[in-house]
Design a protein around this ligand. Structure first.
Ligand code: DX5
Ligand code: ZN
Length: 225
């Protein structure tokens, strides 16, 4: 199995020093930069849109992993792609025509992700798994950084990983919300292979060290096995 990816979430960064925060990620072992777009409807919070993403694209040397917590995301897929998104993730709960929406993302030239809220079972994705590159399992209720990891998510990771193995599908499992050094090992063991981390990275004294430790998490265990 390929090595897992680390995607720091810019939501927890200091926005008065955005360029420095992105540079910190550029100089780190992070794989992607995770961007949370919120519309104040699908989730009870507002963040940023194309304008900021276009600016971040100029600053970031890492691919942009754009998590759309918005209603009717299909209205803006091409726009987000043009703004610089390499991965575009829409919510299952926001897409009545999910199969069409993920095809639209791929047609725009991005990798297609689907996110599930904590209460949404993974079985509901069975009929679209062939069409997606990534499933983002929310381990907090979306809308805010800095929340507590919901441990039930570990079972969802295991269940989804088993389904993917059975069907031999190369889909990444991303886990988003409350991820840090204290639970990353368990999350990876359950079968996730993309760790989104906001507060645990940007609120740390040494964010790059946290990214490095997240990236190398599990290596000792593997060496012993
Ligand atoms: C929550 C966002 C997350 C958030 C994670 O709605 O989707 O990406 O930034 O932040 P932490 O790691 O602080 O839980
Ligand atoms: Zn997110």
């Amino acid at each position: 199995m390929s090595k897992h990816l680390v995607a720091p979430s810019i939501l927890a960064a200091d926005f008065t020093r955005l360029a420095e925060e992105v540079e910190l990620v550029n100089q780190s072992e992070a794989d992607w930069l995770h961007l949370d777009v919120m519309d104040g409807h699908f989730v009870p919070n507002l963040t940023f849109g194309f304008f900021i993403i276009e600016a971040l694209r100029k600053l970031s040397s890492k691919p942009l992993d754009v998590h759309l917590m918005i209603e009717q995301p299909e209205r803006y897929i091409e726009r987000f792609r043009r703004a610089g998104a390499e991965v575009i993730t829409v919510h299952y709960e926001a897409c009545p025509h999910l199969h069409r929406s993920v095809q639209q993302i791929r047609a725009a030239g991005a990798k297609a992700g689907v996110a599930l809220n904590p209460h949404t079972p993974v079985a509901l994705l069975d009929d679209v798994l062939e069409e997606v590159d990534l499933v983002c399992l929310m381990s907090v209720n979306p809308g805010f950084g800095g929340q507590k990891f919901i441990y039930r998510s570990l079972h969802k990771i295991e269940e989804l990983r088993n389904r993917l193995i059975t069907r031999n599908l190369p889909v990444r499992i991303e886990i988003d919300g409350g991820v840090g050094l204290q639970n990353a090992q368990q999350i990876l063991q359950a079968g996730a292979d993309v760790l989104v981390a906001g507060s645990s990275v940007f609120k740390a004294e040494d964010p790059q060290a946290v990214i490095r430790r997240l990236k190398h998490m599990g290596e000792d265990v593997l060496k012993l096995a």
